[in-house]
Design a protein. Structure first.
Lengths: 504, 439
């Protein structure tokens, strides 16, 4: 498959040459070249590695086999089966503002792993490492330079976790979920499914039944995790789904910053990614969770791409705890997720910062839920939606203040930017308030890039594409500021690439 | 819906339909439309909270209640009219008691030129063809259950037309009186309102109570404004405590038409108001203003949707809500800008005061935008009175309770400031002061 990989490289070079030769005016004149300039998905290569599959289809047997393959204890198998049985009783949700082809759950293979099972990072198939290299994941040596500890998930299994020793010294547990189930069973049993119960929703139930791997993070009392933790997800095999499960527990006074990135190869059929992420913050603990999501979005006609249906929820169980979600969503054919915070502890804080960009025929229905239960809880939501092409981008959010949430405070700001005449930008905020001392505020605007701003940039000699990219960057600044540095750089770059060909 | 699942509510209304003798029966298309809507009502029953449009308004309790088929004595029931007078509003009026037209209570003599105003029952006796379009509607949305019911059972209502170019100087008043009739009964009123090209009209719709009752009233209104027509529509909802009132308004604005819709929701126990406006013509404009002030166990749900479908249209919506004691206020304000509706300018503000720990406010402003040359913004808040304003008033020697009452009233009153009828504005302020918690 080295050939395919070379091909990708070639297209990438051609693209750069074409781009540098073009001024904005010729771009408008030459429709064909403009089309050629349409967005490129740089992570769209396939790695040719021998892969082990479970046969396609879903049944109790498959769930048992999957559990056996992963050498899981009995309680885990039972947990999965319970989830599976519950899933069978649930109807497919259809309330979101999405057009999607029905998913045939029997045609998906629920487990795909590189055949040469890695035992340690040094034994990992060099081709695999090369893949991550190409993606810019700071795995292995690169990790040291970057100072980021990485757990990389390739299709269904975790291929290696870096910086284990350093983390262990600090008392931090950072390992794959499979390993955690085997070695930290008590912790997993205590927290798994405690934030997102097995029957929470259709996709969470499916995930609970068939999740293959994911990351487990445990920060003990009083520990400030010495480095940023990171997971990189990649879907490689054809006809598979990726169902990872992440669980992060921060004990009293602990802190962790966690980053997540995702890519997948270009394929003509839609692949399902149904993950569940659970965060637990105890007394005064803080969790910062950042995502840069760049799954394959499908081509400009909407063929292929990832269905990104993810359940993410954080539980601020302790007083004065804080959970902060930051997401930059540029990929996926369909993004459907609402990273949420349950603000149970008094004075706990929830934050949600999001940039969602859709182009061509991408669809996004994303937002957050802030459930205020504890006294003096605070939440802040900043959502920036950018729609281009024929895409559809919705913010959907819920701010709920329960009776006991004395003095709860929420501020929500949702801005949408439209680029082009065929796209849609929507805002659906729900506010449910049951406490008279709470203050809940929501503001939203929708507009296009103003001609004045564009004209100003152009008059200063800035090309149209660069001007748009500058304006979009400014539009998103509030969110990018919340990202760890190297992620912010990546996010900015991603946005630029994603918007190519959106103007003119 | 199988027989077993039929709620007492559905049963009682189907019984009412079986014995109803509706005006206009025998007109083929009308019979067919009534039949279709009744079938849909029977098949769909009452929606539950899984249906998005009814997410915050539970109909389970209503489903267990039975309503008699109208009030046999309605045409003779004595009603004390003085209490319902509006200062300074002396124009033509139509009056209904429990859904039945009462000609002796109306003011229909000397109608101004260009204004045609008559009850639906009368209009159906003449040439019914002009009503065909409005009355043949089939409500397909599952959430439009009360509109279906109304379409199947409405026995009377209002047919109002203003001829092209006619400017009606005095406001026209439509008065709906609910009165106790022994047992809880249901009435259904249908309104068809059309303003011709360049016509102008002010319309005041009043829902009042002549005594406490537990009746159900449904109302469906179609309003069409032709090119350049101007309408000011004020609804004062002061229905009886214990009563259920469901209104469903559809408004269509042609080019350069302008509608200003005001709503004051004070009464009723379970009140639902659907307001759907389509800005269908270029440069049409809509202003909506509304206030709900609730107490006791009142539940008031306003569902507004505004569709911008033409070029350079504008809409501005300002809604205020106050919920005290154990009441619940629900508001949804959806703005849709359709593909190609360039130059749309839409704004919506929903601000709410929650005055009690037992009350609840659910608000949902929505934007759905499919065009890029637009300005669209919405804002929503739920909170309390501004501490600094309270402090300011107290520093001027005003006791806390009084300061609260003043600020709460001011919060609501601002919405009606643009009303040109002084008497009406004063009346609204008075009613608000009576409803809001006082010093």
């Amino acid at each position: 498959m080295t050939t395919a990989h070379d091909d990708t490289k070639n297209t990438m070079t051609t693209e750069t040459t074409v781009r540098s030769d073009l001024s904005a005016t010729t771009l408008r004149d030459n429709v064909e070249v403009a089309e050629a300039l349409g967005r490129r998905y740089e992570a769209g290569f396939v790695t040719d590695i021998e892969t082990e599959y479970l046969p396609a289809g879903l049944s109790e047997d498959i769930v048992r086999q999957l559990s056996a393959l992963k050498k899981e204890p009995e309680w885990m198998t039972e947990w999965r089966l319970k989830a599976y049985r519950h899933w069978l009783t649930m109807p497919t949700p259809d309330w979101a503002k999405l057009k999607l082809t029905p998913i045939d759950y029997q045609s998906i293979s629920y487990y795909a792993a590189p055949k040469s099972g890695p035992k340690s990072l040094d034994e990992v198939d060099p081709k695999l490492l090369e893949t991550y290299d190409k993606l810019g994941v700071p795995l292995h040596e690169r990790a040291k330079l970057a100072g980021v500890a990485v757990d990389a998930v390739f299709d269904s299994v975790s291929v290696g976790t870096t910086f284990r020793k350093e983390l262990a010294e600090a008392g931090v547990i950072f390992c794959s979920m499979s390993e955690a189930i085997r070695e930290h069973a008590e912790l997993v049993q205590k927290y798994l499914g405690s934030v997102v119960p097995v029957g929470d929703n259709f996709f969470a139930a499916l995930n609970s039944a068939v999740f293959s791997d994911g990351s487990f993070v445990f920060i003990p009392k009083g520990v400030r995790c010495p480095m940023e933790l990171s997971t990189y997800f990649r879907i490689n095999a054809i006809n598979t789904g990726q169902f990872e499960r992440t669980l992060i527990v921060c004990e009293d006074d602990a802190y962790v910053s966690y980053l997540e990135g995702c890519t997948a190869p270009m394929r003509d059929e839609n692949q399902l990614h149904a993950a569940v992420v659970e965060l637990v913050a105890l007394e005064r603990a803080q969790i910062k969770y950042s995502t840069v999501q760049n799954w394959y979005p499908g081509d400009e006609n909407g063929v292929g791409g990832i269905y990104n249906f993810v359940t993410k929820r954080g539980d601020c169980r302790g007083n004065d705890s804080k959970i902060s979600w930051t997401q930059v969503e540029t990929g996926s054919a369909i993004t459907w997720k609402y990273p949420s915070c349950v603000l149970r502890g008094d004075r706990s804080v929830g934050e949600f910062y999001s940039v969602a960009l859709t182009h061509h025929r991408q669809q996004a229905d994303t937002g957050t839920k802030m459930i205020h239960i504890g006294k003096g809880t605070k939440s802040k939501i900043v959502s920036k939606g950018i729609s281009a092409g024929r895409s559809s981008n919705s913010y959907r959010g819920l701010v709920k203040v329960e009776k006991g949430a004395e003095g709860a405070r929420n501020y929500t700001q949702c801005d949408s930017l439209l680029i082009g005449k065929k796209c849609g930008a929507h805002t659906f905020p729900y506010m449910e308030v049951k406490n008279p001392t709470a203050i809940v505020e929501h503001e939203a605007t929708t507009s296009k890039i103003s001609d004045d701003q564009l004209f100003y940039c152009r008059s200063r000699g800035i090309g149209e594409e660069d001007a748009v990219s500058m304006i979009v960057d400014g539009f998103c600044k509030q969110v990018f500021r919340e990202l760890p540095m190297e992620f912010a750089v990546e996010a900015k770059k991603l946005l630029e690439v994603s918007l190519e060909g959106a103007v003119g | 819906m199988s027989e077993a699942q039929r709620t007492p509510f559905v049963e009682s209304l189907l019984e009412a339909a079986a014995q109803a003798q509706l005006p206009g029966s025998g007109i083929g298309w009308l019979d067919a439309a009534r039949r279709e809507n009744l079938d849909a009502f029977e098949a769909g029953g009452l929606p539950d909270s899984r249906m998005e449009a009814w997410k915050y308004t539970a109909l389970r309790a209503l489903g267990q209640r039975r309503f008699a088929a109208g009030d046999a004595q309605a045409s003779a029931r004595a009603v004390e009219m003085d209490g319902f007078a509006l200062p300074g509003i002396e124009g033509p009026s139509l009056v209904f008691v429990n859904g039945v037209f009462r000609s002796e209570l109306c003011r229909l003599d000397n109608l101004p030129a260009g204004l045609s105003l008559q009850p639906l029952s009368q209009a159906l006796q003449g040439n019914a063809e002009p009503l065909r379009f409005a009355l043949s509607r089939h409500y397909r949305e599952g959430g439009d259950v009360f509109a279906r019911l109304n379409a199947a059972l409405a026995g009377d209502g209002v047919v109002l037309r203003v001829a092209a170019g006619a400017k009606v100087a005095q406001p026209v008043r439509l008065l709906f009186i609910g009165a106790p009739a022994g047992e809880a009964m249901a009435s259904h009123v249908r309104q068809i309102i059309e303003l011709g090209e360049g016509a102008e009209l002010a319309l005041i719709e009043q829902h009042v109570a002549a005594g406490v009752h537990q009746n159900l009233a449904t109302q469906v209104t179609d309003i069409v404004l032709r090119q350049g027509a101007v309408l000011r529509h004020v609804t004062l909802q002061d229905a009886s405590e214990g009563s259920t009132l469901v209104r469903h308004d559809s408004v269509q604005l042609d080019g350069e038409a302008h509608a200003a819709m005001y709503a004051l929701e004070l009464g009723g126990s379970l009140v639902r108001h659907d307001l759907h406006v389509v800005l269908a013509g270029d440069k049409s404009r809509l202003d909506t203003r509304g206030v709900f002030a609730l107490r006791g166990r009142q539940h008031v749900d306003t569902q507004m949707s505004i569709r911008h479908e033409a070029l350079n249209t504008a809409s501005e919506s300002v809604w205020r809500g106050v919920a005290d004691e154990r009441s619940r206020g629900v508001f949804r304000g959806a703005i849709v800008v359709a593909e190609g509706a360039d130059g749309s300018d839409a704004s919506l503000s929903s601000k709410n005061l929650l005055l009690s720990g037992q009350a609840e406010i659910d608000t949902k402003p929505e934007l759905e935008i499919y065009a890029d040359e637009v300005k669209a913004a919405h804002g929503a808040t739920v909170g309390q009175l501004d501490e600094r304003s309270l402090f300011y008033l107290r520093s001027r020697g005003i006791p806390l309770a009084e300061a609260r009452a003043m600020l709460t009233a001011a919060f609501c009153r601002a919405v009606f400031e643009a009303l040109p009828e002084d008497g009406l504005r004063d009346y609204i302020n008075e009613r608000l002061m009576a409803q809001l918690p006082s010093a």
